[in-house]
Structure formats: C-alpha cells, structure tokens
Design a protein around this ligand. Structure first.
Ligand code: ASP
Length: 400
C-alpha cells in the first residue's frame, strides 16, 4: 500500500509541476490498465468455476437472492443522496452554457438488455469483447456442469470431472501468480496514470465547474463516512478495519476510473477484509458491472445541476421518478471510464433536460469519474461484506 500511495503522490507532484507529463508518463499507466484488463477475464472465469465447485447450489442461490436487493436499494438511496446534497449546495447556480455545444450520445444498454445480453450467442466473442456478465454466466454454468460430473455415480464421468477440475484449479493458480506480478507493477502504473491525468486537466473548466466537482466529492464522502458505515454497522461489521483492508482497491479505483479494471485488486481486497471467497468471487464481478452507487449519486447531482442551469424546479413526483430512472440507468452502466456520462445522457433524455449540459461536464469528467468510481468499488465491497456477515450468521444458526 505504501508503494501504491507513493506512486500516487509522486504522480500528483509530477503532474502538477511538469508540462509534458501526458506524453511521457501516460504509457506507464496504459500498460497498467492493459495488464489489468488482460487478467480480469481469465481471473473471473477460472476463479468463479472454482468457487462454484466449492459451494453447493443452495448456497449459490441464497447468496444471489441476498445481494441483488442490496444492490438495488443502495443504488436508489445513492441517487436520493445525490439529489439532496445538490439541492443543498446548488452546484449549477451561476453556471452558464452556450447552446452550440453538441454531443453525440453513445449507445447504451437498457436494464432489460443488460439481463438478456448476459446469455451470449457466441462464447468466444463474449470473451474477446470482455463482456463480464456473459463471462460470469458461462463460468457459473461450466462450474455447475463440472460439479455434477464430479458428484456423478458414473465412475467415468466422475474421473473426467475431477480431471477438468484439477486443470481449472491449476490454471487459476497460475492466473493468481500473474496477478501478483501485476500488483508489483501497480505503483508505477498508478504513478503514470496520475501524472498524465492531472497534467492534462485544463484549469479553466475546473474553476468554472468547481462547485459541481466539490459537490461530487462531498457526495461520495457522505457515502463513505455516513451511509456505508451505517449499513455495515447495522449488519454487525467493523467499519474502520474494513476500510483499512480495502484501501488499495479504493485508491486503484480512484486512479483508473474503472470498476472492471480494478476488479482483480477488489477481489484481493475482499480476501484481506475476510469476505468468504465464494461470496467475493460470486458477487464482485457482478457488482462491478451492475452495482454503481457512485454513478447513481452522480445522476442525482447532475439532474439538480442541470435544472438549476436552465432554471426549472422539480416537483416531488419528478424527484421520485428520477430516483427510479437513475437506479435503472446506474445498473445499466458499464464499469469503465466515462460510462457515467452515458448514463447521464440517458437520464437527461428521460427527464427532459438538455443533453448539452452533459457535454458541459465532459471536460472535467475524469476528475469526477475518479471519485464516483471509488464510490462504486467501495459499494461493491460493502455489499459483499454485508452478504458475508449475513451468511456467517445464517451458518452459525444452522449449526446450533
Ligand atoms: N467509471 C465508472 C466505473 O467504472 C462508471 C462511471 O463512469 O460512472 O465504475
């Protein structure tokens, strides 16, 4: 952690003091992102098959049933927190925008599409495109198939199942070794990303949208110091220890702006935080794709921001519908850099707010994306910890 923090601080110093940080240091960061993206698919696929084989189907079902309501409820509350904090701090007051900004809205998936597309038509394409939910789906069914084979009464089936499992476990071990190597490089990668991003920010836009940036940071701080501790405490968790255990993944999320990219490190953090391996492997890859508390918070803030700029006030009914639309949009957002802008465009379209305001914030997006991604990844780990605490209670009761 010390090395990673040093990388971050050195990156900040270089980014703020040198002129040419972007060209010089960006490649160091790009290599780090590439390494993380390279390892994330095999890591999820193999470790999830192992996780499925080390649990029984009833456990899997129970974990799933527990985690989804946590995702949806925390996301909806995050939109509401965004609405409240922006109403109080008024980030859009005094901001003007010219009508000539244009924005092309990238295509985004709806909530239902996200679910449907989980089932791939071509498994190789799903792997090649890095479609995490499809990979999770394939890993679960492959894991189940092997599980049935290893428990078969037919000797031949059982033998083949065991061979396959030995192979998967061996490949999983090798992947973890590679991941350890990547983590050795992490401080340099984080230095590169920080130096390049900080160096690339135009100070003028930062000042103009200062209140939006400050509101975003305060919103996530509210999640971190009030909302997450509250629910962790309610579930019987130890808050400070939990944050100590997961700080590396929080910092990595902050600099990479990608929940998916951070996933290998999030999985490691879950282990340090004492989250049961099966729960972590099952929930975190899904959480990195569908559980977006930071993004949800952004949507709440952005709606108030935009309505202040154009001078309309929102009725209580509008606000409730924004919580619903925002939750669905956050679920449909991919855990990659910049995805929150797409979600913003989607919510603005539904809420009848000008899309141009999305473009207005695009210039400083990276600065807010950093903190929102940190909120997203922390939320994934909080949800995993809650399921873990609840499972421990359940299993202790079963034993009595
Ligand atoms: N960058 C965020 C993430 O990866 C998604 C977003 O842009 O809101 O979690």
């Amino acid at each position: 952690m010390l090395k990673i923090t040093s990388g971050f601080i050195l990156g900040l110093i270089f980014g703020l003091t040198l002129e040419t940080t972007n060209e010089v240091f960006a490649p160091l960061g790009v290599i780090f992102m590439n390494l993380l993206k390279m390892i994330v698919i095999p890591l999820i696929f193999l470790s999830l098959i192992v996780a499925v084989n080390h649990s029984n189907p009833a456990d899997l079902g129970r974990i799933g049933v527990k985690v989804f309501p946590i995702y949806v409820i925390t996301t909806a509350i995050s939109v509401a927190i965004g609405l409240i904090i922006a109403t109080l701090l008024q980030p859009g007051k005094g901001v003007t925008f010219s009508n000539d900004i244009t924005l092309t809205i990238p295509e985004r998936q709806g909530f239902l599409d996200t679910i449907i597309n989980m089932v791939p038509t071509n498994i190789f394409k799903a792997f090649a495109d890095g479609h995490i939910l499809s990979v999770v789906f394939m890993a679960i069914i492959t894991g189940l198939a092997i599980l049935y084979m290893t428990h078969s009464t037919d000797n031949k089936q059982q033998k083949m199942g065991n061979t396959l499992m030995t192979f998967v476990e061996a490949a999983n071990e090798a992947t973890l070794k590679i991941l350890n190597g990547i983590l050795e490089y992490a401080p340099i990668g984080i230095f590169g990303i920080t130096a390049a991003t900080i160096g690339a920010q135009g100070i003028d836009t930062v000042i103009a949208l200062g209140k939006f940036i400050v509101t975003s940071y305060l919103g996530v701080i509210l999640l971190l110091v009030v909302f997450y501790p509250l629910i962790l405490k309610l579930w019987g968790g130890k808050v400070i220890q939990f944050y100590k255990d997961i700080k590396e993944s929080m910092l990595t999320a902050f600099v990479t702006c990608s929940s998916l990219g951070t996933l290998p490190i999030t999985l490691k953090a879950a282990k340090t935080a004492g989250i049961d391996d099966r729960i972590a492997k099952l929930t975190l890859p899904i959480g990195a794709t569908v559980n977006m508390n930071g993004t949800a918070l952004r949507l709440g803030i952005a709606v108030i921001f935009a309505s202040e700029i154009i001078g309309v006030s929102l009725s209580p009914v509008d606000l409730v519908s924004i919580v619903v639309i925002g939750t669905l949009a956050a679920v449909g957002t991919a855990g990659v850099p910049g995805a929150g802008l797409i979600a913003m465009a989607a919510v603005f379209t539904q809420a009848g707010l000008p899309i141009e305001i999305v473009a207005l914030t695009a210039g400083i997006n990276i600065l807010v994306d950093m903190i929102f991604t940190l909120g997203n990844v922390t939320g994934d780990l909080v949800a995993a910890k809650m399921v873990d605490l609840s499972e421990r209670r359940y299993l202790a009761k079963q034993k009595q």
